[in-house]
Design a binder for this molecule. Structure first.
Ligand code: GAP
Length: 514
C-alpha cells in the first residue's frame, strides 16, 4: 500500500476509535487544532509519564516545574522571539496558496535525493550480483549531474538561511523551477517574514491593557525560574529542570494531521552546566534521548539524527531526532546547545542577576544550557504510525491492530465473558472489579468473541482475559496476547502478576541504564 494511503488510514483510524478528533468539528473544524478522545488522552498521558519519569526519577539532578502559559511580554523580547521567531513565506499568485519558502526548497532537495536512490535501485536490479554501488554512484553521468545540481542548491539554501536572505530564497525557488503543487505554475510573490507568536490582551481597557503572548515554547518558563529552583531546591550544577505544557504557534503551513499544530504540547528539559562543558553534555543527552526512543522497540532503523545546518538564534550546536513517519523521516525531538544566551538575555532585560555561585570553582558564572525538547503530539503520531498494522488472518479476513508498546497502551486489559449467560458475565465482572485497581481495564460482552478481539486489537489492548465455562469449574481464564494472538490458560490469581510484568512502566525505565 502507498505510504500516503497508509497515512490516510491512520488519520481515519484515530478518529474512528476515539484517539484524535478535529477540534470544533461540528463547526467544520479549526485549522491545525485537534482534540484527543478517550483513547488518545490515555496514550498521551502514558507518553508523558514515560518522559517525566525517565527525567525526574532516573536523574537525581533533574526536577520538574509547571509554569504559567502567560508570561511577562518582555520575556519574548529578551528571548528573541519577538524579533526573530519568523517563517519565510511565499504565495503562489495563481492558486493564492501560501507556503514556507524553506519547506518548498527542502522538499525539492528531498525529491532530488529520491531520484538518485531510484537510479541506484534500477541499476542494482539491472546488474544483479556484479553491481558495484560505490563505483556507480561515483561515475554514472546522470547521478553525477543530479548530485551536482542538488549540492549547488543545498549550498545556496544554507547560505541564504544563515544570512536570512529572503531575495535569494525566492531566487532559488525560481532557478530550481519549483512549481506550486496546486496550480502547477511558477508565478511566485516575494518572500516575506511572518512572526509565529499568537498574542492577546491582558487587563481591562479602562485600566489600560497589555499585549501578552501565548508561549511558543515552554523553555522560557524554565529559564525565568532557574534561580527560584536552584535556590529552593539547593541544586548544584550540573542540574536540569523539566516541564510538560502547551505551546502555541501560528503555523502557516499547517499540514499532516497532528504533526504541525497551532496548539500543541512540549516536553522540555533545560540542563544547566559549567561553560566549556557543552559538547560533553550535548553528546550525553543526544545518546540518552535516542536510547529513550529506541527502548520502545519499534526498531533502530526508524530513527536517525539530523544535525542542523541553520542554527536557531540561541544555539551553538543542534540536532534533531527524526522518526520515519508515513510521509518520510521527520523531526520529533530537538537537542540544542543554547549557550548562556537565554539567561544572559534575561539578566540584561530584567536587570536581575541570573548567575550561579559555584562552590567548587569558588566563582560566579552564567551557566550554559543543553536543552532536550520533544513534542508530545509528534511522539504520539510516531507511536501510532509505527503501531498501525493490517494483518491477513487465516479465515481470509484482515485485522487492523495497533501494536502499541504495552506500557503505553491506553487500555491494558479487556475482560470478556465468552457468552452472556451461565453466570460468565458475573464472574467476569468480579475479575474486572479486582483488576481495575491495577490496570486500565475494559469490560465487553457484546457480539461474538472474535469481534470483541478485533475491537481490542484496533485500540491496541495488549491482553484480553476470557472467562469461559472452565473458569467456573477450576478458576482459570485464558489470556490472549494481542500481537501473537496466542492464548494461554492461567489461574485467576496469577493474572495480575502476569500482566503487570509486561505493562509496568518500571520494565521500560529499567532498560534506560544511566
Ligand atoms: N524550546 C525549543 C523548541 O521549541 P523546536 O524545535 O521549535 O524547539 C521542539 O520545537 C519540538 O516541539 C519539535 O521537535 C516538535 O516535536 C515540537 N513542535 C514544534 N512545533 C510544533 C508544531 N507546530 N506542532 C506540533 N509539534 C511541534
Amino acid at each position: 500500500m502507498a505510504q500516503e494511503d497508509v497515512f490516510k488510514k491512520i488519520v481515519s483510524h484515530c478518529k474512528e476509535y476515539g484517539f484524535v478528533f478535529p477540534s470544533s468539528e461540528i463547526y467544520d473544524g479549526l485549522g491545525a487544532v485537534y482534540d484527543y478522545g478517550q483513547m488518545g488522552v490515555e496514550l498521551k498521558n502514558n507518553i508523558k509519564k514515560y518522559w517525566w519519569h525517565s527525567m525526574t526519577l532516573l536523574h537525581e539532578n533533574v526536577v520538574g516545574i509547571d509554569s504559567a502559559i502567560f508570561m511577562h511580554p518582555t520575556i519574548w523580547k529578551a528571548s528573541g522571539h519577538v524579533d526573530a521567531f519568523n517563517d519565510p513565506l511565499i504565495d503562489n499568485k495563481d492558486s493564492k496558496k501560501r507556503y514556507r519558502a524553506d519547506v518548498l526548497i527542502e522538499e525539492h532537495l528531498a525529491k532530488l535525493d529520491e531520484k538518485i536512490e531510484k537510479e541506484v535501485e534500477k541499476a542494482a536490479k539491472r546488474f544483479g550480483n556484479s553491481f558495484d554501488e560505490k563505483m556507480f554512484r561515483e561515475t554514472n553521468p546522470r547521478i553525477l549531474e543530479i548530485t551536482r545540481n542538488r549540492d549547488e542548491i543545498h549550498a545556496r539554501f544554507t547560505k541564504a538561511l544563515n544570512e536570512t536572505n529572503l531575495e535569494e530564497l525566492r531566487q532559488i525557488i525560481i532557478d530550481a523551477e519549483i512549481v506550486c503543487p496546486i496550480s502547477g505554475t511558477r508565478n511566485w510573490t516575494e518572500v516575506r517574514q511572518f512572526n509565529l507568536m499568537f498574542s492577546t490582551e491582558m487587563g481591562s481597557t479602562s485600566e489600560g491593557s497589555m499585549k501578552v503572548y501565548l508561549r511558543p515554547e515552554t523553555a522560557q518558563g524554565i529559564f525565568v525560574n532557574f534561580l527560584n529552583v536552584q535556590k529552593t531546591g539547593r541544586m548544584k550544577i550540573p542540574f536540569g529542570i523539566a516541564q510538560i505544557g502547551k505551546a502555541f504557534r501560528n503555523e502557516i503551513v499547517a499540514r499532516q494531521f497532528i504533526f504541525r499544530m497551532r496548539e500543541f504540547e512540549q516536553m522540555e528539559m533545560q540542563f544547566f552546566i559549567t561553560p566549556g562543558e557543552e559538547m560533553k553534555w550535548f553528546n550525553y543527552w543526544k545518546q540518552l534521548r535516542m536510547q529513550w526512543h529506541q527502548a520502545l522497540g519499534f526498531g533502530a532503523e526508524k530513527y536517525r539524527f539530523h544535525d542542523h545546518e541553520k542554527l536557531a538564534h540561541y544555539a551553538n550546536a543542534a540536532t534533531d531526532i527524526e522518526f520515519e513517519m508515513p510521509f518520510g523521516f521527520k523531526e520529533v525531538e530537538g537537542i540544542h546547545s543554547r549557550t548562556d544566551f537565554d539567561l544572559s538575555q534575561h539578566e540584561k532585560y530584567s536587570g536581575k542577576k541570573m548567575q550561579y555561585f559555584d562552590p567548587e570553582l569558588n566563582k560566579s558564572y552564567t551557566p550554559y544550557v543543553i536543552e532536550t525538547s520533544i513534542g508530545v503530539d509528534r511522539m504520539f503520531l510516531s507511536v501510532i504510525s509505527a503501531a498501525y498494522c493490517e494483518e491477513p488472518l487465516e479465515d481470509g479476513e484482515t485485522r487492523v491492530v495497533l501494536k502499541i508498546p504495552a506500557v503505553l497502551a491506553p487500555v491494558k486489559l479487556a475482560v470478556l465473558p465468552l457468552v452472556k449467560k451461565d453466570g460468565l458475565s458475573e464472574k467476569a465482572r468480579e475479575i474486572m472489579n479486582q483488576l481495575k485497581f491495577s490496570f486500565a481495564c475494559q469490560y465487553d460482552e457484546k457480539d461474538s468473541i472474535g469481534r470483541r478481539y478485533r475491537r481490542q486489537d484496533a485500540i491496541g489492548t495488549p491482553f484480553c482475559v476470557t472467562v469461559d465455562h472452565q473458569t467456573l469449574e477450576d478458576g482459570t481464564v485464558t489470556i490472549r496476547e494481542r500481537d501473537s494472538m496466542q492464548q494461554k490458560r492461567v489461574h485467576i490469581d496469577e493474572v495480575e502478576n502476569e500482566i503487570s510484568q509486561k505493562t509496568d512502566m518500571k520494565t521500560l525505565l529499567k532498560q534506560l541504564s544511566h
